[in-house]
Design a protein around this ligand. Structure first.
Ligand code: FAD
Length: 459
């Protein structure tokens, strides 16, 4: 099936779905995007649901390719490093890149989605239909059923692409038709959003940093917003003695933050209300295979491979999916039956790699960033990056400031660590050897000193 005879339906007008519609329109496809929510433009955002995110090079690259980067980035706030907030003691600013010149960008999720909706709607051949929740799909024919406020409606398409997020209904329908297997690995951590408002119209914290309160079993981060507020995200276990479930009264909430996050309460006047009323979001990794069925149904973005948010890469990765699918359509002459498997073959290892790195980064952010050993390690890394730029590039730099495929990043970082380990071991061996030789010499010299040949009583 090629584009001449094809009508493409994209399910989900979130970040990936809107960008995908723009890319497909550019290829000349006729596209209908169905979204379960009402049109968010002009409306209000859902309370406490991830109102900003960090966009980095992969996402920017995807936007740049269709000239959307400048428009989308107009209100973005660059963050050049992490600001660590210990329980006591001074704040510690750690640059993300060796030269201090690279930044990830805090951007309003709503504004980004709205800009992409505008772009998709303006693209030739794209129609966006709101208030339509996919509830049924026959992958073999492309026949769909949507739930609307007026009841159920039916629709057809030659190709159906699911960009309907981590709880994807398209994936659910593929599963129901025995078209895939899936695994959902939920963390026993959830997240809750809290707000630090502007103080006298100014930011209450440095807006040039991503703020982190690493606390071992819990962690909080804060990203700046264009209205000069900060959105904090508290990550904490969902159950147990020290968890979201363990704080019920306002006094207990106040006590907890005063003890563990002492600089927060003075900056967050609505802390108790936010804590009591904002929902706890789930965090997990979605894996499924295959991502396509019957040559006409495919999954992209979180619907195919949702990851935990600790590398700030979910949306960036979803945007990269769109670029890769576009490339596969190029290479197959828009033959979906060949493009969809090719897309999966190209992206699977990369999405698995970022899923693993995102999980590992949770441990780094939660447990390690405040430790002197970690801080020393970062300084050594930056020194190596400056001294040997062709040989050593940090994982963070490769993930956030390049478009090097994630799986390649993982391999390169392992290789670098092996070489570094070998270099350190070699240096240590030389040092030990040198110390050993010196000790032997000293011992030999010492013998003559301790037992001089002319000592009284010697033979
Ligand atoms: P979504 O953005 O979830 O969009 C799915 C769309 O489909 C929605 O509009 C939804 O309403 C619609 N939909 C769902 N079901 C149906 C249905 N049945 N019918 C029709 N429509 C439907 N990523 C980053 O890159 N950087 C970050 O800093 C970052 N921070 C994050 C922080 C948190 C706390 C979380 C939870 C995630 C974060 N992410 C981040 C990840 C990022 O939000 C996701 O990876 C990204 O939104 C995925 O885009 P998507 O379009 O695939 O899915």
């Amino acid at each position: 099936m090629t584009k001449e005879d094809g009508h493409v339906v994209v399910v989900g007008a979130g970040l990936a779905g809107c960008l995908l519609a723009c890319y497909l329109a550019r290829r000349g496809h006729r596209v209908t995007v169905y979204e379960r929510r009402p049109d968010p433009r002009g409306g209000t955002a859902e309370r406490g649901r991830s109102i900003n995110l960090a966009l980095s090079e992969r996402g920017l690259d995807a936007l740049r390719r269709i000239d959307l980067d400048k428009q989308v980035m107009a209100d973005a706030l660059p963050m050049r490093g992490r600001m660590i907030h210990p329980v006591t003691g001074p704040l510690d600013f750690q640059l993300y890149s060796a030269g201090g010149d690279r930044a990830i960008n805090s951007i309003s999720r709503g504004a980004l989605n709205n800009a992409l909706l505008d772009a998709a709607e303006a693209a030739p051949g794209v129609e966006i239909v709101f208030d339509h929740r996919l509830v049924g799909l026959d992958p073999s024919t492309g026949a769909m059923t949507y739930q609307t406020s007026g009841g159920e409606v039916r629709a057809d398409a030659d190709v159906v692409l699911g960009t309907d997020g981590a709880g994807s209904a398209v994936r659910g329908q593929m599963l129901a038709h025995d078209g895939l297997t899936e695994s959902l690995d939920f963390l026993d951590y959830g997240y809750k959003e809290l707000t630090i408002p502007a103080v006298d119209g100014e930011f209450a914290l440095d807006p040039g940093a991503l703020h982190i309160w690493p606390r071992g079993t819990s962690m909080m981060i804060a990203l700046p917003n264009p209205d000069r507020s900060f959105t904090c995200t508290l990550f904490w276990p969902t159950g147990g003695t020290s968890s979201f479930a363990s704080l019920s009264s306002p006094a207990a909430i106040e006590r907890h933050f005063a003890t563990n996050y002492p600089d927060l309460p003075p900056l967050a006047p609505n802390l108790v209300d936010d804590f009591q009323h904002n929902p706890v979001g789930l965090l997990g990794t979605v894996r499924c295979a295959p991502w396509h069925m019957d040559g006409r149904v495919g999954l992209l973005g979180d619907a195919a491979h949702a990851i935990v948010p600790f590398y700030g890469q979910g949306a960036n990765c979803a945007f990269e999916d769109v670029v890769e699918l576009d490339r596969c359509l190029d290479e197959t002459g828009d033959d979906w039956a060949r493009a969809l498997p090719l897309f999966e073959a190209r992206r699977r290892a990369d999405t698995e790699a970022i899923a693993q790195m995102a999980l590992a980064n949770f441990v780094e952010m939660r447990d390690k960033v405040a430790s002197p050993a970690f801080q020393f390690g970062r300084k050594v890394e930056h020194a190596l990056e400056k001294a040997l730029p062709d040989w050593y590039v940090s994982r963070y730099e490769l993930v956030s400031f390049s478009t090097t495929p994630y799986a390649q990043v993982q391999r390169r970082v392992r290789r670098q660590h092996r070489m570094l380990g070998a270099a350190v071991a070699g240096a240590a061996a030389l040092l030990i050897g040198a110390i050993g030789t010196a000790a032997t010499r000293a011992a030999a010299g010492g013998t003559s000193r301790r037992w001089p040949a002319n000592r009284k009583g010697d033979a």
